[in-house]
Design a protein. Structure first.
Length: 395
C-alpha cells in the first residue's frame, strides 16, 4: 500500500474509533446522527421481520376464535371472541399502515404489543384454569412480545421502558387473574421462568444489536475507503483538481461530446514562469502555496463545465467546452492578468507570479486529443520563447 493509501486507511481507522464508537450500555452508536442513519438503513429489514411476525400472530389469533367458540359459552364466549376480533382488526390496520409508513414501526410495535397483552388478559380471564392450560401458557405471549421488542425496536430508553411496562404489567395482571385457580407454586414458577426467558432474550438482543452495528460500521468504512482511494487515483493531492490521468480521461470524453454535438472545444496549457526560482528563493512550502492559490484563482474565473488539471509539476491544462479560439484566448488573457495578485512568500514580498499560456482549438473530425495538446504545447513554447508572461495562440 502506497503512502497516500496508507494515510487514507489510517484516517478512516481513526474515524471508526471516534465517529462509529458504540455505547456498551445501550448497544447503540454514540453519535446520534450515525445511529439515526443506521436505523434508516435497517428500517426496511425491520419492517419485513415485523410484517412476518404480525402475519403469524394474526393466524394464531384467528385460529383461537374456533377454540373460544368450542370451549366457552355465554358472556365469556362473547368477551373472548370480541377481544380477538378487535385484535384482528388492529393487526390488519397495523399491516396497512406499515405498508405505507415504515417510520411508524416503533409506534406500531408498541400498539401490537399492547393488543397481545390485552388478548392474554382476556384469555386468562375467560378460560381460567378450567381448560387444563398452565400459567405458562398465558405468560408465553407476553414473553414473545418482550422478545419482539428487544429484536425489532431500536436501543433507546423509550423502547426498553415500553417493553418493561408491558411485560411487567401484563405478567402481574395475568397471574393475578389466575390466582386462586391454580397452585401458588405454579404461579411463582411461571413468573421466574418468564423473567429468565426475558433476560436471555435481552442478552441475545443486545449481542445482535452489537453485531449489526459492527457490520454497519465496517461497511461504511469500507465504502469511504473505496471513495477516498478512487479520489486519490484521479485527484492531485496538493491542489485538489484533476491529475494528469483524469484530465486526459475528461478530455477524451469532451472530444467525443464535441464531435457528437458538432460543438467547439478549446484547450489551454499554462506554465508558471521561473517556478524553480520561487522554490529556491522562498522554499518549497511557499511554492506549494503558490500552486494552490493559482488553482483557486483559476477556479473562480472558470465555468462549472470547464475542467482544470495538473498535468506536470508546475504545468496545468484547462478544457473549455463549447468555446471557440477567440473566446478561449480572452479567457487565457484574463487568467494571466489575475496572477498579479499572487505573491510568493506572502504579501510582504515584492516578487510576483506570472504564467505563459498556450491556446488551441480542436480541429473537428480529424484531430485527436494528443494532436490538440501538441499544438497547445507548441503555443506554450512560443509564449516562453517570446519572453514569458504572455498568451500564444496555436495556428
Amino acid at each position: 500500500m502506497n503512502t497516500d493509501s496508507q494515510i487514507a486507511n489510517d484516517s478512516l481507522n481513526d474515524e471508526r474509533q471516534q465517529r462509529y464508537a458504540i455505547d456498551p450500555r445501550s448497544g447503540a452508536f454514540v453519535q446520534a446522527d450515525v445511529e439515526a442513519d443506521f436505523q434508516r438503513t435497517r428500517r426496511g429489514a425491520g419492517c419485513k421481520n415485523f410484517l412476518f411476525v404480525t402475519v403469524i400472530i394474526l393466524m394464531v389469533v384467528v385460529f383461537g376464535i374456533f377454540i373460544d367458540v368450542q370451549e366457552l359459552t355465554g358472556t365469556d364466549r362473547k368477551l373472548a371472541v370480541g377481544t380477538r376480533v378487535g385484535v384482528i382488526i388492529t393487526l390488519l390496520l397495523i399491516l396497512a399502515i406499515l405498508s405505507r409508513r415504515q417510520r411508524a414501526l416503533t409506534t406500531l410495535v408498541g400498539i401490537e404489543a399492547a393488543a397481545i397483552t390485552l388478548l392474554t388478559l382476556s384469555t386468562a380471564f375467560t378460560h381460567g384454569a378450567d381448560t387444563g392450560m398452565s400459567p405458562g401458557d398465558y405468560a408465553l405471549p407476553l414473553v414473545m412480545v418482550s422478545v419482539g421488542f428487544l429484536f425489532l425496536l431500536p436501543s433507546t430508553p423509550r423502547s426498553w421502558l415500553i417493553m418493561a411496562i408491558i411485560f411487567i404489567v401484563g405478567l402481574i395482571a395475568t397471574l393475578s387473574l389466575l390466582a386462586g385457580k391454580v397452585a401458588q407454586g405454579n404461579l411463582v414458577f411461571t413468573g421466574v421462568q418468564s423473567v429468565a426467558g426475558i433476560l436471555v432474550a435481552a442478552y441475545l438482543g443486545y449481542r445482535d444489536k452489537l453485531r449489526q452495528r459492527e457490520e454497519y460500521a465496517t461497511s461504511r468504512i469500507s465504502q469511504l475507503l473505496a471513495e477516498k482511494l478512487a479520489k486519490l487515483a484521479t485527484t492531485d493531492s496538493l491542489t485538489g483538481i484533476a491529475n494528469r490521468r483524469e484530465f486526459f480521461h475528461a478530455a477524451t470524453k469532451e472530444i467525443s461530446r464535441a464531435q457528437r454535438n458538432d460543438r467547439a472545444l478549446s484547450v489551454l496549457i499554462f506554465d508558471i514562469d521561473h517556478f524553480k526560482n520561487i522554490n529556491d528563493q522562498y522554499g518549497h512550502a511557499a511554492g506549494d502555496e503558490v500552486l494552490i492559490n493559482i488553482v483557486a484563482t483559476c477556479n473562480k474565473a472558470l465555468r462549472e463545465i470547464d475542467t482544470i488539471g495538473r498535468i506536470g509539476g508546475e504545468e496545468f491544462g484547462i478544457l473549455l467546452p463549447e468555446t471557440e479560439l477567440r473566446a478561449a484566448t480572452s479567457v487565457a488573457e484574463r487568467l494571466r492578468q489575475s496572477m498579479k495578485g499572487i505573491r510568493p512568500g506572502g504579501s510582504a514580498t515584492t516578487g510576483t507570479v506570472t504564467m505563459s499560456i498556450g491556446v488551441a482549438q480542436w480541429r473537428a473530425s480529424h484531430e485527436d486529443f494528443e494532436e490538440l495538446m501538441a499544438r497547445a504545447d507548441g503555443a506554450l513554447y512560443e509564449a516562453k520563447r517570446g519572453g514569458r508572461n504572455r498568451v500564444s495562440v496555436a495556428d
